[in-house]
Design a binder for this molecule. Sequence first.
Ligand code: S3P
Length: 433
Amino acid sequence: MHTATQDRIIRPARNVLGSLRLPGDKSISHRYGMLAAFAEGTSRFTNFSTGADCASTLACMEALGAKVAQLEDGSVMVTGVGGRVTPADQALDCGNSGSTMRMISGLLAPQQGRFTLTGDASLSLRPMERIRKPLQAMGARITLTDGHAPVIIEGNPLQPIDFTTPVPSAQVKTCVLLAGLQTAGTTTVREAVRTRDHSELALRAFGAHLTRTVDSVSIAGPQPLHAIDAAVPGDISSAAFFLCAAALFPGSSLVLDAIGLNPTRASLLDVLTVLGVHIAVIEIEEKHAELIGTVQVTAPEHGLRSTEISGALAAQLIDELPVLAAIAPYTSGGIRIRDAKELRVKESDRIALVAANLRAMGAEVMEFDDGLDVPGGQTLHGAVIDSGGDHRIAMAFSVAALRAEGDTLIQGADSAAISFPEFFDLLDQVAER
Ligand code: S3P
């Protein structure tokens, strides 16, 4: 587990009102940081993610020879290694970050040298076979222990692959594309559900050529990458906590500025609309092919309706499911979640922890292997919440606590800093007490 130790008390709120600008998207920051560190030249990013996970990516890339500087104006400058990393003497510490470990593995497998990637207790329990398999099929030499970290890579030149992802995973897709970028011939990744496409967009922004069809992406290697300047869009998965908080209070009004609205990430807005939330998207612009817009949200006067999230939608909303489940008791007809077994192998078993914490707050909930049924029309009471050191569980139940009767204690609340260190301060800003 992430060693989160600080507890936090969340008092109920009367309303959610205000306007916020959120730090940069975690997924995009990982990719921009990693690609900039690998590219030729110096890249500069504004609104880079402030989360510990992206700091893990930057630290690993620094250990591999890239130069990283945090400027006084908050921007991040990354000078890349020009396509050839320096093997580090020590293990590369990926912290709590699955994205770091899985994506860097693809970047390193075709490089020269020996690399060891380690992580914290939570990351060391997460499945890594899913990246070893395609990389090994490309000829990579990778050793795991029982399918888990440490990931030990003996780098060598690879062969291209035509690979179909067995479970929807943007991290696995990216891992294979980063190996393909450095491999002579055409590497193709096929996926049944289109997962977030930030890697495809970022690779193009850094100068690579990719071809895409409805269900595949191909890259012909080797190709060089060139530095870019970019503004990272606000993180829509962080915005999710505030959008759901605002959804709970009739009369609420929240404006979120400059949020990433990439269509492979924005399904939450559709789900909230189905629940009856009024959402207006204004001032959309495009930067490096990523959509950025301002979102205005108001809760319905007569409460939230019900919905089901399954199939492709479950895969696309995977990071938002904990907070949707946490607000589900306050809907009129509940929320049914299926086809979300991947939740069990995230930073924690999110199905089990969501069910246990909803029960702690007095809610009725049914747990399934691949999801949850959370009936609506329930009243929750304040309780002690076990975040399991998982950032999204800590934040999801801080949102549920806003409508509960009595105070809620979030154990391990500091885990929020994995993706969103500013979360509690911003929540205090918009929660009217
Ligand atoms: C991510 C992909 C998803 C997601 C994670 C970030 C990414 O994981 O849950 O928070 O940035 O590519 P999977 O690739 O395991 O589905």
